[in-house]
Design a protein around this ligand. Sequence first.
Ligand code: AMP
Ligand code: GLY
Length: 436
Amino acid sequence: MTDMKYNVLLLGSGGREHALAWKIAQSPMLGEFYALPGNPGINSLAKGIEGKVSDFELIRRTVVEKNIDMVICGPEDPLVGGLRDFLESCPDVREGLLFVGPGKDGARLEGSKDFAKEFMSRHGIPTAAYRTFTAGQKDEALDFLHSLRPPYVVKADGLAAGKGVIISESLDEAKESLEHIFGGQFGSAGSKVVIEEYLDGVEVSFFVLTDGHEYLLLPEAKDYKRIWDGDKGLNTGGMGSVSPVPFCDGEFVEKVRGRIIEPTVKGLEMEGMDYRGFIFFGLMNCGGDPYVIEYNVRMGDPETESVMLRIDSDLLAHMAAAARGNLSAEAIKVSGRAAVTAIIVSGGYPEKYAKGYPVSGLEALTDITVFHAGTAMKDGRLVTSGGRVLALSATGETLPDARDRVYSRVDTVSFEGAFHRSDIALDMINWPAGKR
Ligand code: AMP
Ligand code: GLY
């Protein structure tokens, strides 16, 4: 087994996928490495294949032609769209292809908020109280909103590119969001609406890799979603991350395992879902008790950029075992070091921003880890091609050390309009609030 090599196809093109690629590339078990489509950072480690992750036919052809042993799916859309089921149904894709990510059934944990909430209530998993309404039940939905207290949480049921959750302080605003969702703002993702109780607490992201029976617990992390320091301004795809999270001590982690992770993995198994891949638990710590805000069926971005830096064992070996349904012999080794990631974004993001600005200074960044999120090559030069452009990640003995290492280098990279938050990890360094 030890000289087994895997030809790997990694799907995706963001900072999360570059961090996964960085970790995978360190494995002695890696054979040929392909990324579809990848990005300039990923493609320095893997051979890039042009195309879209939504092009299942292209993925099938690549798997067959490149003799792929393992497909690792970074983003959720192909999973929710049934990529694993599709590949399993193709006669020319060999049996035994390893696939990291759930089938269409398990992917409903992320693809439908109503499904996720019902799953949690079937299995007694703590989450906010809720009700689901279809467009025909608008009056009932309004009545339910009236019965709640602010803030109001209104969610489109399906995938809405991270924009389907609207939290409002006033009842009028909440009613308006309801009208917008039913009015088609998120297309078919809004054919059902989940209205739920507001959870007051601190968010944290937990990750497991499961084979459908057993699981490995990855390092937890916290992300920073708002554009400005102090968690102000618009929501983004994520402006930074930190791991570990100080309040996740032994007692809290045991609660998360016993109340949330184990009932989830068992629930999936009991319901016959044969879930093999990552589960991301978006949790709220409410006074020391964890509640599930959401499930994702993939790793988080930009949490992965910090999390990968803290895994000392061979993640490729763990993923192969999970995809085989044979995780029991695997043990994950987590580093005691701390990791911090700051994202450098394009000026104007998350609203309108320009692309195509040359990026300079990367060659000098040899003492920290740089993951590409939104870059492209144009006429032989590295240019910006997205809102989130680069992730700067570093580890240190302690959170302040890791943070200092990242922030000592943020001004080394430059491109026109580059912007970053300057307070990533500070709240966790000062936890509990006001300690320092
Ligand atoms: P989601 O798309 O489900 O991740 O929700 C986006 C964000 O909305 C979450 O990361 C939370 O910050 C917030 N959120 C969602 N549901 C709730 C809730 N019930 N109570 C408080 N905040 C929430
Ligand atoms: N960082 C949150 C997410 O990946 O959904």
